[in-house]
Ligand binder design. Sequence first.
Ligand SMILES: Nc1nc2c(ncn2[C@@H]2O[C@H](COP(=O)(O)OP(=O)(O)OP(=O)(O)O)[C@@H](O)[C@H]2O)c(=O)[nH]1
Ligand SMILES: [Zn+2]
Length: 354
Amino acid sequence: MDTLTKFGWTPELTEAWAELGAENLHPARVVADFGTSLKIALPDIRTAELSGKLAHYTNRDDTPKVGDWVAVQLFDNSPAVIEGVLRRRNEIARKVAGKRTTKQIIAANIDIAFVLLALDDDFSVERLRRFLYQLSIHAIRPVIVLNKADKTDDLAFYTQQLEEFKLPTIISTATTGSGIETILSHIRPGMTAILLGSSGVGKSTITNKLLGREAQPTQEVRASDSTGKHTTVHRELFMLPNGGLLIDTPGIRELQLWGDEGDLAENFNDIAVLARRCKYASCSHTTEEGCAVQQALQAGILSESHYASYQKMKRELESLKDKKDAKARHNNRRSSKVIADQTKDALREMREDI
Ligand SMILES: Nc1nc2c(ncn2[C@@H]2O[C@H](COP(=O)(O)OP(=O)(O)OP(=O)(O)O)[C@@H](O)[C@H]2O)c(=O)[nH]1
Ligand SMILES: [Zn+2]
């Protein structure tokens, strides 16, 4: 297992491994996910497939994701088989795009997340807030990267809007390599970093600069090939020359939230502090009398846009909770229907026996 240290293996994992009691299995880390097949590090890189049991329950929490530690069975002439996933230290999730009420895990066991915003039309404080919310659930350390700095003459316009976050912020121009050293200085050997951001912000360009080679085709390169796909299609964990580990992810078009409303408070600490002074404990901070949040808004202490994104995310999380509850009720009904059907079958058999 010592050899896995360079892929981020820690003493806690040795304990988790012992708990698993996995005899004849080997620990490995998932470094790429192509859907049905995966790449794992043992630490040498191999192809792996899911065991029948894991493959049966796709899209469940225990489906291995990039960054996961897994227990594998090895074979001489065929791909390794992943039999189980070790307890995750943390994960980055979102709601799947579209209407389904399903969680999607983007990656697991992360030490630091770089949230990229490009200094062009992509720039959105609201989107940043959404990423920060998802990271805050597991207290994953965020760093903001403002890429494509060459596209603006007014850097202050952007940086001013980010002051309230009080987060380390790196200004970069990935195409020239400017800012890359600063990004690298945050990733120590054995640490796992991830690049997050919408499509086209420069994640693959930064990955290649950090690696010092063209490992990930960028949009420009992909536009000229024949696949017709202009976007990164899979997640992959790379080992950097300095021994750090880096996960490049496909661009996220819409980051729909996945989490509890309770986790919002630490992302909107100012509103949470005000809310304690509201007249009613259940105050929705909209129309109630004695609402300290509304008073702060009227007094100009709280910014309208900040309040608006709070309300929007709160409503989204409330609606998510309703949908999760409805889904749970539906699943319960379904399983009680299965039990009822089985009971009826058993009774019928008994009658037939008589
Ligand atoms: N002007 C400018 N262009 C950049 C910069 N960084 C990246 N680009 C360009 O932006 C385009 C998208 O970059 P990618 O690295 O492919 O973006 P990505 O975030 O990996 O995109 P997805 O894989 O779709 O998520 C490419 O044409 C890059 O050359 C930059 O700092 N300045
Ligand atoms: Zn209130």
